[in-house]
Design a protein around this ligand. Structure first.
Ligand code: SAM
Length: 196
């Protein structure tokens, strides 16, 4: 992580905290992951040597920049999805400032559509941080798109345990997955797909 990129992330943290404290409209809030969660995501990208990385729930690009820093080291790319045009405008500007635009493909679409249209076994690392009420509906596609040995990380495992429990129960009951919750930030539910 270059000092200049870290400065952009620090400035985004201040912007996110101020905006989320002031805004009453949830669609205008940033709702970013925490700094230590970013460190974890970037580290996991490097540890798994992931090149095909998908992010569902981009907001203004804070978590994307952390993972972009990871794929810069692995030679990969990130595809990131958000259904909000407003968030895309903010994210594009932040990607330019952090010098990561060349590593990122943006999708302005519903996450369910992107997951449904994605080829089987085409994602090495999937990060889910969006509409928790739909995770159960998306799970068959999340499961399908991950490569054998692929990693799923889902934010909010400890901050929103009731909303996360249905997905976590499904994954825990699936013999193809090994999972655990890492108590970092809002709680990261991590699931590894078997290599078969
Ligand atoms: C919690 S924020 C993501 C925060 C981001 N991962 C970060 O840490 O910087 C959730 C985002 O999901 C987007 N979103 C909500 N429902 C969606 C859907 N069905 N498809 C695509 N994006 C969606 C919202 O616009 C919002 O920006």
């Amino acid at each position: 992580m270059t000092p200049a990129r870290r400065d952009v992330l620090r400035e985004m943290e201040r912007f996110g905290a101020e905006t989320d404290a002031r805004e009453t409209d949830n669609t205008r809030r940033m709702r970013n992951i925490t700094f230590d969660t970013g460190e974890l995501l970037s580290m996991l990208v490097r540890m798994t040597n992931a090149r095909r990385v998908l992010e569902v729930g981009m907001s203004n690009g804070y978590s994307t920049i952390w993972r972009a820093d990871g794929v810069e080291a692995t030679g990969g790319r990130i595809e990131t999805v958000d259904a909000s045009e407003y968030k895309h405008r903010l994210a594009r500007a932040n990607f330019t400032r952090a010098a990561v635009s060349h590593l990122i493909d943006l999708r302005l679409e519903d996450a369910g559509t992107v997951l449904r249209d994605r080829a089987a076994e085409s994602v090495e690392f999937l990060f889910l941080d969006t509409q928790r009420a739909r995770y159960i509906e998306w799970w068959p596609d999340v499961r399908r798109v991950l490569v054998p040995g692929g990693l799923l990380v889902v934010d909010n495992a400890t901050s929103h345990p009731d909303e996360m429990r249905p997905l976590m129960s499904l994954v825990q009951a699936d013999s193809e997955f090994t999972s655990l919750t890492i108590p970092v930030g809002k709680g990261e539910f991590v699931a590894l797909k078997s290599r078969g």
